[in-house]
Design a protein around this ligand. Structure first.
Ligand SMILES: NC(=O)C1=CN([C@@H]2O[C@H](COP(=O)(O)OP(=O)(O)OC[C@H]3O[C@@H](n4cnc5c(N)ncnc54)[C@H](OP(=O)(O)O)[C@@H]3O)[C@@H](O)[C@H]2O)C=CC1
Ligand SMILES: O=C(O)C1=N[C@H](C(=O)O)C[C@H](O)C1
Length: 268
């Protein structure tokens, strides 16, 4: 069997560690590189050591050399890190799975531009469940958009640095597109003080941060006399890692282009 060589960026992070565990358990994948930032205390340590199972791959900050032996780089870091790795992957013609969230519109354009040369899966949530939820939102929005107030509520762990979550924003985009609204014109990010009555076509976002919540997302369609809530709750980061590995395998069939998990899962 030909193994797919996978490099992991942010290899000591919450997602990085989960990915390394999942890669070492997969028969068709090989961990080819584990990357961290210059200055990280983990440099030169075995990438599997944090998980209690050394794997013979030292953590490195030398992107270019480490990536040369890789087919795909999986990146769950921060936008600045992703863009630096993207430049290296473009130079070396290496495919990317990008799970990082919190990009500006201009930064997303840089990713889109790179996809003219390399194949990229870029998705704010790699779980199957959330990607099915996106489809359910399309159905609900078609039926309910005129008479129901739409709110998006998300909850994550205390360490999360961006808000609303990338997933919540994508939920807003899906709803806005179906309802023929411009998200940047109708989004309300939290409320405080004398807000006045709710304007009917707004989409509200509420953010909760606390403890070790892996990731909860709800779309609330509130009408007169009833309400519908469509909720996804992630119990483990394994669901994101499994999706990211599926995305890496999907890229084997593509030389360039920008894809998301709807493409990977055949939901488009
Ligand atoms: N698409 C999806 O399904 C999911 C997306 N995410 C997203 O993935 C990202 C990472 O999440 P999580 O693993 O919880 O975060 P962590 O903070 O646990 O890990 C981030 C990792 O990236 C490294 N890093 C930070 N900044 C840079 C940089 N500028 N250059 C290179 N490496 C850097 C960190 O290194 P150091 O420790 O040295 O700072 C760390 O190893 C977030 O944007 C999150 O929203 C998370 C889960 C699922
Ligand atoms: O930071 C996280 O943890 C997560 N981030 C993603 C997001 O911003 O949507 C996905 C997931 O909910 C976990």
């Amino acid at each position: 069997m030909t193994l797919l060589n996978i490099a992991v960026a942010g290899s000591t992070g919450r997602m990085g560690r989960t990915l390394i565990e999942a890669i070492t358990e997969a028969e068709d994948l090989r961990l080819s590189a584990a990357l961290e930032q210059p200055g990280s205390q983990a440099l030169s340590q075995d990438a599997g050591a944090l998980l209690g199972t050394p794997c013979g791959i030292p953590i490195s900050s030398n992107h270019i050399d480490s990536l040369k032996t890789s087919d795909v780089l999986i990146d769950f870091t921060r936008p600045a890190g992703t863009l630096a790795y993207l430049a290296a992957c473009r130079e070396l013609n290496i495919k990317m799975v990008i799970g990082t969230t919190g990009f500006t519109a201009a930064e997303k354009m840089i990713i889109q531009d790179a996809a003219n040369e390399i194949a990229i899966v870029f998705a704010p949530n790699m779980s199957i469940g959330v990607n099915v939820l996106f489809k359910l939102l399309e159905v609900a929005t078609v039926a309910l958009q005129d008479d129901y107030d739409i709110e998006i509520i998300e909850a994550h762990h205390r360490h999360k640095v961006d808000a609303p979550s990338g997933t919540a924003l994508r939920m807003g985009e899906v709803i806005a597109q179906v309802a023929n609204r411009q998200l940047d014109q109708v989004a309300i990010y939290g409320r405080h003080g004398q807000t006045g009555e709710r304007a009917s076509d707004t989409i509200g976002f509420s953010t909760i941060r606390g403890g070790d919540i892996v990731g909860d997302h709800t779309a609330l369609f509130a009408g007169i006399g009833e309400r519908i809530e469509i909720t996804h709750k992630a119990n483990s980061r394994k669901t994101f890692a499994t999706g990211a590995l599926r995305a890496a395998r999907f890229l084997s069939a593509h030389k360039y282009g920008l894809f998301d998990m709807q493409d990977v899962l055949g939901l488009r």
